[in-house]
Design a protein around this ligand. Structure first.
Ligand SMILES: NC(=O)c1ccc[n+]([C@@H]2O[C@H](COP(=O)([O-])OP(=O)(O)OC[C@H]3O[C@@H](n4cnc5c(N)ncnc54)[C@H](O)[C@@H]3O)[C@@H](O)[C@H]2O)c1
Length: 468
């Protein structure tokens, strides 16, 4: 028996659920087939479980049913193999939820226009599950959210079905439940934060330990038993709140540390010190230092958003989350800093921003991925437009920009050929995609504003480069 499987006498995962897991007949349902839900569903399918993906987006469901993928780093073959083996199917038909033994919720958790948590997707999904909830089913929320969501938002909606899942405290030593107060639950409810890192080639989904916390001991054990089937390691915490807070801590840690290096970068620029050289040198310390890198601002679905879920919840406790607020302020100021650096560099060449032709390289929020949510490039384009610059862009992952929640640029990508690069007053490297030829960019462009130190290996024409 491994550490993960160890279970003291008297604490039992519901028997039918456990035996279905052992025989790999447990039906797994994943709701929300985006960057998180699709790889998760495919992981269970690859591990031999009949898996059904649910989504409200018919185009995604159609693509998957045809054995195709709409996420660049997930190859079509990863989907088609499982569809052909009849281990994976996708549907918009939520009545099929009734047949599921485990339902994993992976829907978006954005901020609304007042920068407050928008839990409408989580609420709608809980309401979609409610009429199909049945005894013995395990429901797990995976969407990132503030501590309390599973018990305060999801549980009451599911219990309107008449089935109950009582909140019963239990304790855990990290790998197993040790002191349960056993409950008579009709269904099981847990939280397990998703730790997907799109584009990360070092760790595959199953290698990243899965944290789980239950509304009661039975729920925690059921969630642990489930994830043990597909993940190398599970970590059990003593409540859904602790599991929810774990994810927020991870993302706040990144947000705050990125803000720290962004602030130090501003100081280093004034002091004539190369911040990237300093971070490289500090990284040689084998303990007590983890490198974070400055950039044009935060992007993605997680780091710019999740900490503010906690800030919102903390208000209920009259507690100001000062670190988060300050980090948010510093990181949010970075796009304006990029534009100011460009303005100063043009000024030094007796040019002004108004009417200048600017080429943005990279729209994705980080390198080598096809995700532009909250990307700082979008804010930079917006600021440049406000100042009267004429902006074009290139990104190998985005041939066109479509209407987004906040922006509607309706632009098509310009290929960064030698002639094109030379025709702009300045090029801004916002995303350091690996496919870019940085030597050529510096050779042909008139001025290069580099927000990522992507040009560090370029030897020639360094006088054209402005690090910012
Ligand atoms: N993308 C990441 O890197 C990442 C990493 C860790 C955690 N998360 C968290 O995971 C959650 C999902 O993020 P994502 O990046 O996969 O989002 P996404 O936008 O890529 O995918 C969400 C999917 O949910 C679907 N959906 C929306 N409402 C639905 C409903 N009512 N029923 C069924 N499907 C519905 C959408 O059509 C979409 O396909 C969020 O809470 C996010 O914070 C994301």
């Amino acid at each position: 028996m491994t550490m993960n499987q160890a279970r003291p006498a008297g604490v039992e995962t519901p028997t039918t659920f456990r035996s279905k897991l052992q025989s790999k007949t447990a039906q797994i349902g994943v709701i929300g087939l985006g960057y998180v839900g699709l790889p998760l569903g495919l992981l269970f399918a690859r591990n031999g479980f009949p898996t059904t993906g649910f989504d409200v987006d018919q185009t995604k469901v159609d693509a998957l049913e045809k054995g195709g993928s709409y996420i660049r780093h997930i190859p079509g073959t990863a989907v088609s193999e499982q569809v052909e083996k009849k281990r994976f199917r996708a549907t918009t038909e939520f009545a099929l939820l009734e047949a599921m033994d485990a339902i994993l919720i992976c829907v978006p958790t954005p901020l609304d226009r007042h920068r407050e948590p928008d839990l409408s997707f989580v609420r709608n999904t809980s309401e979609d599950i409610r009429p199909h909830l049945r005894r013995g089913q395990l429901v797990v929320l995976e969407s990132t959210t503030y501590p309390g969501t599973t018990e305060e938002v999801v549980l009451p909606i599911l219990e309107q079905s008449g089935l109950k899942c009582p909140i019963v405290p239990y304790t855990s030593d990290g790998s197993r439940v040790v002191a349960p107060a056993e409950s008579q639950a009709d269904f099981l409810l847990a939280f397990s934060p998703e730790r997907e890192d799109p584009g990360n080639t070092e760790f595959q989904t199953h290698q990243v330990p899965k944290v789980v916390g239950g509304v009661n001991a039975s729920s925690a054990l059921a969630a642990q038993a489930l994830y043990n089937q597909a993940f190398d390691k599970t970590v059990v915490v003593s409540s859904t709140r602790a599991a929810e807070m774990t994810k927020i801590l991870e993302n706040t840690y990144r947000c705050v540390n990125i803000a720290l290096v962004n602030e130090l970068k501003l100081l280093c620029l004034r002091m004539g010190i190369d911040i990237w050289e300093v971070i490289r040198a500090a990284s040689t310390k084998p303990f007590g230092f983890k490198p974070f890198f400055p950039g044009p601002g935060l992007g993605g679905h997680c780091i710019p958003i999740d900490p503010f879920y906690l800030t919102w919840k903390a208000r209920e406790y009259e507690f100001p989350t000062r670190f988060i607020e300050l980090a948010g302020e510093i990181n949010a100021a970075m796009p304006a800093h990029v534009v100011a650096s460009l303005r100063d560099a043009l000024n030094a060449r007796q040019q002004c921003l108004q009417g200048a032709r600017i080429l943005i390289l990279g729209i994705a929020y980080k390198k080598d991925i096809d995700d532009l949510r909250e990307s700082p490039s979008l804010r930079i384009i917006d600021l440049l437009n406000e100042k009267g610059a004429k902006v074009d862009y290139h990104d190998p992952y985005f041939p066109r920009l479509h209407r987004m929640r906040k922006y509607d640029f309706a632009m098509a990508a310009v290929q960064p050929t030698a002639e094109a690069l030379a025709s702009y007053d300045a090029v801004i490297i916002v995303t350091d995609h690996s496919s870019y030829d940085y030597d050529a960019i510096v050779r042909y462009a008139r001025l290069v504003v580099d927000t990522r130190n992507a040009t560090q290996a370029v030897q020639e024409h360094r006088d054209k480069i402005v690090l910012c």
